[in-house]
Design a protein around this ligand. Structure first.
Ligand code: ATP
Ligand code: MG
Length: 302
């Protein structure tokens, strides 16, 4: 079964993750005199190479048709989920990749258990599925606002004290099931700082071409920052496992964040035993026959 590629941003599997020690800026940029321009250039180059490699690997993933890749993205608003997904998937054949965004559940979705809507969007073998938000919202936004549980038509004996542990367990079991059946699950927490989120919200207000991205609801949720941090810490600690790892990616610097995500995807795909299928010997024996037939074909209308 798939095992998480090691990486400096890998969230440990023993529940010890502490969000206060997770970096929001890569180590190379923490010094005040760090050369941001040089770093941007280097990361753009690194990303371009990785994107080409993802394209190559996606082709063999598709041909091999045994594994699927599921990429889960979770983050606070303005951390850069959309632009990261766009940057990392930019080289992939659109037919081999499907992005699904999960918003407030619809009435139909609330008629089912909370995994249902995402199960319907899981990637087929050979494909890459990207979840922009996911079932993790059920232990993040819903944990921060437990009153949302009231709208979920759950059984009467659900107890708020145990529901989160039960949800973590369901999620771990679900992801283990996927891993055993060939779906590689990689989960990315784009870790933006409180200060950087403020800067990005202000840019959305100040720059007319960014106004459309601004939502007053996002500022309201920012007010719950410590609660979200705690919910992320608990969720990541409880659900980062070798078969479905979380990576906590510093998100205050976009170029390095994108390259880091791409790097992890490449490592994961390279670890799989992906192969182009070999034609069976009977079929291969007919290749010469077919070649002669094509070469000796007379032109149409000739
Ligand atoms: P963007 O703002 O970049 O378009 P987004 O992912 O923030 O992307 P929005 O429509 O702004 O999209 O927000 C979706 C909202 O839906 C988020 O606030 C998220 O927390 C909420 N949401 C997602 N899943 C659930 C859920 N299961 N229960 C309650 N709220 C949810
Ligand atoms: Mg939003």
């Amino acid at each position: 079964m798939f095992e998480a590629p090691p990486h400096r941003h890998l969230v440990p599997f023993d529940g010890s993750f502490e969000i206060s020690t997770a970096s929001t800026l890569p180590a190379s940029l923490t010094a005040p005199d760090a050369d941001r321009k040089a770093s941007k250039k280097a990361n753009k180059k690194r990303l371009a190479e990785l994107v080409d490699r993802i394209d190559e690997l996606q082709r063999v993933l598709y041909a091999d048709n045994r594994h699927a890749l599921l990429l889960v993205f979770q983050a606070m608003d303005a951390a850069g989920k959309d632009s990261t997904i766009r940057a990392v998937m930019s080289g992939v054949n659109p037919a081999g990749c499907q992005v699904s965004s999960f918003k407030v559940p619809s009435t139909e979705e609330l008629e089912h258990d909370y995994l249902w809507r995402s199960v319907r969007r899981l990637p087929e073998r050979g494909r890459i599925g990207v979840f922009n938000r996911s079932y993790y919202e059920e232990v993040l936004v819903v944990r921060v606002h437990p009153e949302y549980l009231g709208g979920q038509n759950l059984p009467r004996d659900i107890v708020p004290e145990t529901i989160w542990e039960q949800r973590y367990q369901s999620i771990r079991d679900h992801e283990l099931h996927l891993a055993r059946n060939g779906t590689v699950v990689l989960k990315f927490f784009l870790n933006v700082s409180h200060a950087e989120q403020k800067r990005r919200f202000l840019a959305r207000l100040d720059e007319p071409h960014k106004n459309w991205k601004f939502s007053s609801g996002d500022v309201r949720e920012r007010g719950f920052w410590p609660d979200y941090q705690l919910a992320y810490q608990k969720a990541l600690a409880a659900t980062s496992r070798s078969w479905a790892p979380w990576y906590s990616i510093p998100a205050d610097d976009k170029p390095s964040m994108r390259a880091d995500v791409a790097e992890i995807i490449v490592s994961a795909l390279e670890q799989l035993d992906l192969r182009y299928p070999q034609p069976d010997p009977k079929e291969q024996a007919r290749f010469d026959e077919m070649r002669t037939l094509l070469e000796n074909e007379s032109p149409l209308g000739g």
